[in-house]
Design a protein around this ligand. Structure first.
Ligand SMILES: [Zn+2]
Length: 369
């Protein structure tokens, strides 16, 4: 059975539309079906030990049941048993090469691509066609992540902080929020004059919650999200620019500190609430997409910093990664730029100058195009 139908319509509607014993292409009896359903229910309730037990039973009775193996993979994954999950997902794919979901999970967990499915001989159902289209889109994303043909046409520029949240403040009183906004507006102007469509998360001095910033980027269906910031350090010596992309683990303790600072306004946000009582397929798919986006962001950040540093008379401190909340839920590649240190007096003086800010905007523009 095509797993997509579960993703799209949920298991219960799939059951009611096919009838209990007449799911095409699946040769299992009622017992295996009941076991699988109860496994599915346990997964929903996050009772993964119970889920594993009934699903192990199901696959013992019917070792050719891709559906049960796919569920078993999810149950093991829920238990954190990666190896067992990969074995179960692989088995599901072996039985049904068109099981896109198990394939994605197996590849994601094992970090190894599986051989592509053979072309189906039967004419495809509309659902299968849709699944194939989606798969192609994901594949093309991976291809572009390898630097083959990534083109940016829609950018969302995020001027960090704003309103009561000033961000970092320099010794001479320069506020990060003001520099960020000015650079963002200048960059926006340059992008608008080019072929690239540009959008801003804020256009004035007001506070925008971190979560609302990515929501904006997602709504505009941007293909790049750029968050602009100025760094600060207790030590007045560090100076220069850094480009960040999002990752679960920070690339260094320094990077972790930068993210902790930028995430500190999170206390003013309404927390993102996870839906409970639902199959978390959406979340699993989101995490899969997120991995691809982070991989692309990594490559983009490196290419960007390469070009960008040639344009700006500031020291380049390279590309780093950390868990930035503002980048986390972006459904596209995203980078966060730290355009110098406000805590360094030379950097602060330069950042106070509108002419220099224009140079920065220009360097970002060149880095992007
Ligand atoms: Zn900041």
């Amino acid at each position: 059975m095509d797993r997509r139908s579960f993703i799209k319509y949920g298991v219960f509607s799939a059951v009611s539309s096919y009838g209990l014993l007449s799911i095409p292409g699946i040769s299992f009896g009622e017992t295996v079906f009941d076991l699988s359903i109860s496994g599915q229910n346990f997964i929903q309730k996050k009772q993964f030990v119970k889920a594993t037990a009934v699903l192990e039973k199901a696959v013992t009775i019917d070792p050719e049941n891709d559906w049960a193996f796919g569920l078993l993979g999810r149950a093991y994954n829920g238990l954190g048993k990666k190896r067992e999950a990969v074995i179960a997902f692989n088995k599901a794919v072996k039985i049904n090469p068109n099981d896109t979901f198990s394939r994605m999970m197996a590849e994601m967990l094992s970090q190894k691509p599986l051989p592509p499915p053979k072309k189906p001989k039967k004419p495809m159902t509309p659902l299968e066609k849709e699944a194939l289209k989606e798969e192609k889109e994901i594949l093309s994303k991976i291809k572009s992540a390898e630097g083959l043909d990534y083109k940016i046409s829609r950018v969302v520029i995020d001027a960090g902080h704003g309103g009561f949240d000033s961000g970092a403040i320099g010794k001479n009183g320069l506020k990060e929020k003001d520099v960020n906004l000015d650079i963002a507006l200048k960059l926006h102007k340059k992008l608008k004059a080019s072929q690239i469509k540009s959008f801003l998360t804020r256009t004035g001095d007001y506070y925008v919650p971190l979560s609302a910033r990515t929501v904006t980027a997602n709504q505009y269906k941007a293909d790049l999200f750029v968050s602009i910031h100025i760094n600060a350090n207790k030590n007045p010596k560090p100076h220069g620019t850094e480009t960040y992309f999002c990752s679960e683990k920070a690339s260094s303790k320094e990077a972790q500190k930068v993210a902790a600072y930028e995430n500190s306004v999170l206390k003013f946000d309404t927390p993102y609430k996870k839906k409970t009582g639902y199959i978390d397929i959406e979340d699993i798919l989101f995490k899969f997409e997120q991995k691809l986006n982070w991989k692309e962001s990594d490559q983009l950040a490196n290419k960007f910093q390469d070009r960008f540093q040639k344009e700006l008379p500031f020291k380049s401190r390279g590309v780093h990664s950390a868990n930035f909340y503002v980048l986390r839920r972006a459904q596209m590649p995203s980078i966060l730029l730290e355009m110098g240190f406000i805590s360094n007096s030379t950097n602060e003086a330069k950042l106070s100058s509108p002419v220099f800010r224009d140079k920065i905007a220009n360097a970002i523009f060149k880095g992007l195009v």
